[in-house]
Design a protein around this ligand. Structure first.
Ligand SMILES: [Zn+2]
Length: 701
């Protein structure tokens, strides 16, 4: 424990070590020497003497506490440390030592707070011990999934006491071959003061920057906090406040400052970068309520390892477990549980790709852990394991915590377990990623967008900037992975691409070469429908629906039904029924009825009337909605009479009649359905019709 003679004394007196505690350290060093040589009692006796001679020196008590702790006399160590704090509550070594005690107990958060306090209290010249403190801070921040704060702390450590070893660690953690997304390892810097800043402001600004360079981040945060209070429109100060807090590992308030910054920053690129940083902060421990990705886990104790292993083998054979890796030296098995809901049970479905369920980990024959970001999928896997293994495992302990950055892509993953052809497997993977982002993700409200879905955020001035950051972050997370997806497709879909023409080019060169699925709303609106094939028109109709562009979808549907009959697509029910639905949604019941008439006529002329009953069902429903009870009743009567085995007709008829308070008619249809479902021994339908009967009886009174 060599302490530089001319550095500030670790007791916190503010004097140089040589002129302060160095004399008592001669005896202290001797005690620690004895302890190392195995003479523990003699060492402790010597420390008692030191304390007796210098009862008012916190350093004497602090070193005694350390020696006691090294001898596993934890309670006595704590009380000796307490004595030191009674003399000087700002005793820096005391905070460091107490932090080490907490760390040893596995209390990372508590330890980190004490290390941060020690870093603030130590004299900036006490470089060796400060380097040690910053290294501890960096390690703790990494454990709490806060790479930006860890990066900042380890860089301070490297500046204080440069070492090749730390340099290599920094390179591995944050260098180009790092597994972290770019936003989590980028070299962030403070922004300069605004051009119109007063000299006073510039002065405060540069003081903050200078302080931050030596690791005094709390001072820098305080300065920028004041600057944002003085001028709430100061974008650069908001950004710097957010960054200083992120470096301090204070993710919630860093996020608040970045949120304010986003509303002020007009440069889209800078704004996007800041919001990608905000995405990283949401992955920190304690940010679960603000994160769009949260890890859910179930941990079991393994009671009968043999049964567990043979079960895992069965699961592998059943293609429920894939990518299994056994690391014998570490006593570790890892794999991916595939989600059963993605696997169809019917014959021939084995070629269907399966979805990610949960990650599985078995440690040293003792612990089995399931984890993943899809809570339902993890629960399904957990319940199945519990059912199949019973007493071979303990009860599970369920927990929730920060997700890994790689988990952002988990839902985009698909496992073509049944595909034997490599090319088909690749295609399934590609198509699934595409569908996930462009059909599912696009419509999902995100916490990072204030619970607004990406498709809706694109049109909002501030949310648009955030959305750019969210997409950038996703792209960075995907960069290291194997999922081939061009995020410019997504940007284009969302209308986020700068400079790109909003509408499709006027001369639509070759309709055959069009990638309709990649078009956004504006592109779709610009399509010349007369040049499209039927298949393309159908594709455009579906694409518009996925983008929630109902007007546009109606336009395509109207175009389609206006086309002359085609042998390729004789059945136009889905188009007509879509138009009926839209007309009803717009309150135009006459138009709805006209579409039914037109559709039914086309069906009898071109499709041999195969859809006749479907149209009749719609007709009954629309008539009921128009309040024409008698006419509706008549249509339903005819329909149920002509196809008595179709339980859904009776059900829909009863529901429709209930909806317009025609209890007696509803009861008639419900009872017919009930009798039929009993005849067919269909329990679910029976239950359903019993409920309908009860509701109808209530209406009759
Ligand atoms: Zn001292």
């Amino acid at each position: 424990m060599a302490i530089d003679l001319y550095s500030s004394c670790p007791c916190g007196s503010g004097k140089k070590f040589k002129w302060c505690c160095q004399p008592i350290h001669v005896q202290i060093d001797k005690a620690f020497q004895q302890d190392q040589e195995g003479q523990h009692d003699a060492a402790l006796r010597m420390m008692d003497d030191v304390v007796k001679e210098h009862p008012g020196n916190p350093e004497a008590w602090g070193r005694k506490a350390l020696l006691l702790y090294n001898n596993e006399r934890v309670d006595e160590a704590e009380s000796a440390l307490q004595k030191a704090f009674e003399i000087n509550p700002n005793y820096p070594f005391g905070h460091l030592l107490r932090g080490l005690f907490r760390q040893h107990e596995g209390e990372i958060q508590g330890a980190l707070l004490l290390f941060r306090r020690a870093a603030e209290l130590y004299d900036p010249e006490a470089k060796d011990v400060l380097a040690q403190v910053y290294s501890l801070i960096g390690d703790s921040e990494l454990k709490l999934n806060r790479p930006v704060a860890a990066h900042a702390a380890l860089q301070v450590c490297q500046r204080l006491r440069p070492s090749d070893e730390l340099g290599q660690d920094l390179e591995a953690l944050f260098g180009p071959s790092s597994r972290l997304p770019a936003a989590a390892r980028r070299h962030y810097t403070f922004q300069s003061p605004p051009r119109e800043a007063t000299p006073d402001k510039r002065n405060g600004w540069s003081q903050a920057l200078a302080g931050a360079a030596t690791g005094k981040l709390t001072d820098a945060a305080r300065v920028f906090e004041q600057l944002t209070k003085d001028d709430a429109r100061d974008a650069a100060a908001c950004y710097n406040l957010g960054l200083a807090r992120a470096w301090l590992g204070d993710n919630p308030s860093a996020l608040a400052a970045l949120d304010q910054y986003l509303s002020l920053e007009n440069d889209e690129q800078r704004a996007a970068e800041a919001w990608a940083l905000a995405e990283v902060l949401r992955f920190g421990q304690g940010m679960e309520d603000q994160a769009d990705y949260v890890d859910h886990s179930a941990t079991f104790q393994v009671r009968e390892p043999q049964r567990v292993f043979s079960f895992l083998e069965d699961w592998q054979r059943e293609r429920r477990l894939t990518g299994v890796q056994v690391r014998e030296q570490e006593g570790m098995i890892t794999g991916i549980v595939l989600d059963r809901t993605g696997l169809l049970t019917t014959a021939g479905a084995s070629a269907q790709p399966a979805r990610m369920g949960a990650y599985l980990l078995v440690l040293g024959n003792q612990i089995l852990l399931l984890r993943g970001t899809n809570q339902e999928a993890v629960n399904r896997a957990f319940q199945e394991i519990q059912e199949r293994l019973g007493p071979a495992l303990s009860e599970a302990r369920l927990a929730r915590g920060p997700a890994n950055f790689g988990d952002t892509l988990a839902e985009a993953l698909v496992f073509p377990v049944g595909a034997t052809d490599q090319a088909i497997a690749q295609q399934q993977i590609r198509e699934h990623v595409q569908r996930y982002f462009e059909e599912t993700w696009l419509h999902r409200p995100l916490r990072s967008l204030g619970n607004v879905a990406p498709i809706d955020a694109a049109g909002h001035p501030v949310l648009r900037k955030k959305l750019l950051g969210v997409v950038q972050f996703l792209e960075e997370c995907a960069a290291g992975g194997t999922e081939p997806y061009d995020f410019n497709r997504l940007r284009h879909k969302l209308g986020l691409q700068q400079g790109a023409p909003a509408a499709a080019p006027a001369e639509q060169p070759s309709a055959a070469a069009l990638d309709i699925d990649a078009l956004n709303t504006a592109d779709l609106g610009g399509l010349k429908t007369e040049t499209l094939s039927e298949a393309q028109l159908e594709q455009a109709w579906r694409a518009a629906q996925r983008l929630d562009a109902q007007e546009l979808a109606s336009h395509f549907a109207r175009q389609m039904v206006a086309r002359p009959p085609s042998a390729e697509r004789p059945d136009r029910f889905s188009w007509y029924t879509f138009l009926v639905q839209r007309a009803l949604a717009e309150g135009n019941k006459d138009a709805a009825l006209e579409y039914i008439n037109a559709g039914e006529q086309a069906d009898s002329e071109q499709n041999e009337g195969r859809r006749r009953n479907d149209y009749e069902l719609r007709r009954g429903e629309v008539l009921a909605k128009r309040g024409e009870a008698e006419a509706a009743h008549e249509v339903f009567d005819r329909l149920v009479g002509s196809a008595p085995a179709e339980l859904r007709y009776a059900g829909k008829a009863a529901e429709s009649m209930l909806g317009i308070k025609q209890g007696a008619a509803a009861l008639k249809f419900a009872e017919r359905g009930l009798a039929k479902s009993r005849e067919k021994n269909d329990r679910d339908s029976e239950q359903y019709f019993m409920e309908l009967v009860a509701a109808a009886k209530k209406q009759v009174g």
